[in-house]
Write a protein that binds this ligand. Structure first.
Ligand SMILES: *Cc1c(COP(=O)(O)O)cnc(C)c1O
Length: 393
């Protein structure tokens, strides 16, 4: 079984590029050029230099002693929370902006829901001195005011999407429209392993630095490159894809993906895509998504803005479908409790997205000799209001 993308942009039956005809030249330009650019030594040098000097890589692989004692296994944390801007997202935006420059693009556009990807994009645009327009639903702009202001401080132009439900889906439509209107000059930075081919593969490659480092670091401290488990939360799936990437064909390592069950998988307020989803087309690729009987996308819900997405990337749909990945889902309450538990046990307040991965430890049957790596995708500073409202600490 092949788990990575094939030459046609598919992961098993998932993936592909289902796009309006007007967008075809843009996506095709990317598809034809992305591999030769990314694999060139010049690109790799620039990318890794910025990851080191600007992002702060390699991020540590930290043996969490007290957490390990509590769950009776050896648990390492991959500290993506220590990346510049506080999460893994910047690994991807750095890669894509270098790629955009090599393609001769003069302007960057992006869409954002909660604003995290918008901030990561605005950051690298400031770094490179490129103009940046971020499309964001009008409702999301109200809900995520601090991120709107962060983007503006960084020099980005934040444009409100005022149609439809005025959230992520509408922001995506606006960004697509802007891309179609200036295909020659603009690069569109997508923030997760979603969208039409080659985006899922491109983003996974940029994030794969996470598992590349895990292998090196684990080999230094444990004398082996394969942990028994790698765990990560899944919204679109980019931090999980990065943490899984170099283990996809390594059957010694079990891949554990954790989705948001919101108020409960069957509550009607959830984002547990593999538990509830069916095949369909979302954001330009065939994947699993939450939809009604007649194919309308169901509005997702999670307490964590980054997991509040009605689908998953095609790689993860394939990992689920083939059984290569193990999928758990975790409620708001379980995630919040796990976030507070990690804060007390290790002195690390995680992003609430990340807290979902930790909550899934309770659903696993671990043995004392097991080595577990949890991808700590982001820090909890941005979620302080949610923690405070939650209380119970
Ligand atoms: C955005 C985000 C996620 C979810 O996105 P993925 O593409 O699934 O990784 C998870 N954790 C943090 C900290 C995020 O900011």
């Amino acid at each position: 079984m092949k788990y990575n993308v094939d030459e046609n942009g598919y992961y098993g039956k998932f993936g592909g590029a289902f796009i309006p005809e007007m967008l075809y030249p843009n996506v095709e330009e990317l598809r034809q050029n992305y591999l030769s650019i990314i694999e060139s030594p010049q690109f790799q040098n620039e990318f890794h230099q910025l990851l080191r000097d600007y992002v702060g890589r390699p991020t540590p692989l930290y043996l969490a002693q007290r957490l390990s004692e509590a769950y009776r296994a050896k648990i390492y944390l991959k500290r993506e929370d220590l990346c510049h801007t506080g999460a893994h997202k910047v690994n991807n935006t750095i890669g894509q902006i270098i790629l955009a420059q090599k393609l001769g693009k003069k302007k960057i556009i992006a869409e954002t829901g909660a604003g995290q990807h918008g901030v990561a994009t605005a950051t690298v645009c400031a770094l490179m001195g490129m103009p940046c327009v971020v499309y964001m639903g009008e409702i999301d702009m109200k809900r995520q005011k601090p991120n709107v202001e962060r983007m503006r401080i960084l020099g980005a132009d934040v444009v409100a999407a005022t149609s439809g439900s005025r959230t992520l889906k509408d922001a995506t439509n606006e960004a697509m429209r802007a891309w179609i209107s200036d295909p020659v000059g603009t690069h569109y930075i997508i923030g997760s392993v979603v969208g039409p081919h080659p985006y899922p593969d491109m983003v996974a490659r940029f994030q794969s630095v996470i598992s590349e480092e895990i292998k090196e670091q684990l080999s230094e401290v444990e004398g082996r490159t394969s942990p028994n488990y790698v765990m990560a939360c899944v919204g679109g799936g980019s931090n999980a894809a990065g943490a899984f990437y170099h283990f996809l064909d390594d059957q010694d390592t079990q891949l554990v993906a954790v989705e948001a069950a919101g108020k409960g998988v069957t509550s009607g307020e959830s984002a547990a895509t593999t538990a509830l989803g069916k095949d369909g087309i979302l954001h330009g690729s065939r994947t699993l998504l939450m939809q009604t009987k007649d194919g309308q996308v169901v509005e997702p819900y999670s307490i964590s803005a980054g997991l509040d997405y009605p689908g998953i990337g095609p790689l993860h749909a394939h990992l689920f479908d083939s059984g290569r990945g193990t999928f758990f889902s975790v409620t708001d309450e379980e995630a919040m409790m796990a976030g507070i538990e990690l804060s007390r046990q290790e002195g690390i307040i995680p992003a609430i997205e990340t807290a979902h991965a930790f909550a899934a430890l309770k659903q696993m049957s671990l043995k004392p000799a097991d080595i577990v790596v949890i991808n700590l995708s982001g820090r909890g500073d941005k979620d302080l209001d949610t923690y405070i409202k939650w209380g119970n600490y």
